[in-house]
Design a protein around this ligand. Sequence first.
Ligand code: IMP
Length: 229
Amino acid sequence: MGYDATTIRTSKYREHRRMTARTVLLATSNAGKLRDFAGAAAAFGITIANIPNFSSLPEVVEDGATFEENARKKAESYSVAVPGELVLADDSGLEIDALGGAPGVRSARYAADDPHAAECSTVDEANNAKVLRELKGVPEQKRSARFVCVLAAARDGQTVHTFRGSAEGIILDAPRGKNGFGYDPLFYFPQIDKTFAELSAEEKAQYSHRGKAFRAFLSWCRVADDQNL
Ligand code: IMP
């Protein structure tokens, strides 16, 4: 098979892009999320770093009606602070069918304004306690739920692409497991007969909504590199 000069130049350029780590800036102040994402990205030759001086940037209010709206809003706003760079932001939460999709986009602050919340020492415990109260008496077959994560990639104030991942499970009537965070101890994942709080970080990334969305993003990066985007 013969190659002309343009083909050789293009393939050398692609090879160069493949060999040169792409850097993606993550819009988060959560060190745990940065660690999770950076670990998974390294195998793809992608470096994940925090947006420089992230804590000094004006906070973006997460008032969207959907995970996608919030993720896009964060990625677009923060990308303006780092011209030309690809910025990734995520929004995630738990949807419980018996509660009409709640806590949904309010997952992080579900127990706010709840008079019972003051009895609990941490936000996660208060949120979990509220879910258990609201599901009291609901039988197992009606306790279906899913974690959802939407990632938005933006550059110069414009969303380039969004990626969605979800994990289907059942809400238990008591917490189980010590790992993870948030609603993990209540979220039973039938596929492996464990709650998310009974998984190591690596195991959780394999099954979780965040892991799935992030793998979709990494595959997209690979295709974008091949097409020189
Ligand atoms: P955010 O994506 O940081 O806004 O998180 C929203 C909230 O959803 C968290 O504070 C948790 O309460 C819940 N959440 C999102 N992902 C997970 C997860 O993987 N495990 C447990 N809770 C989660």
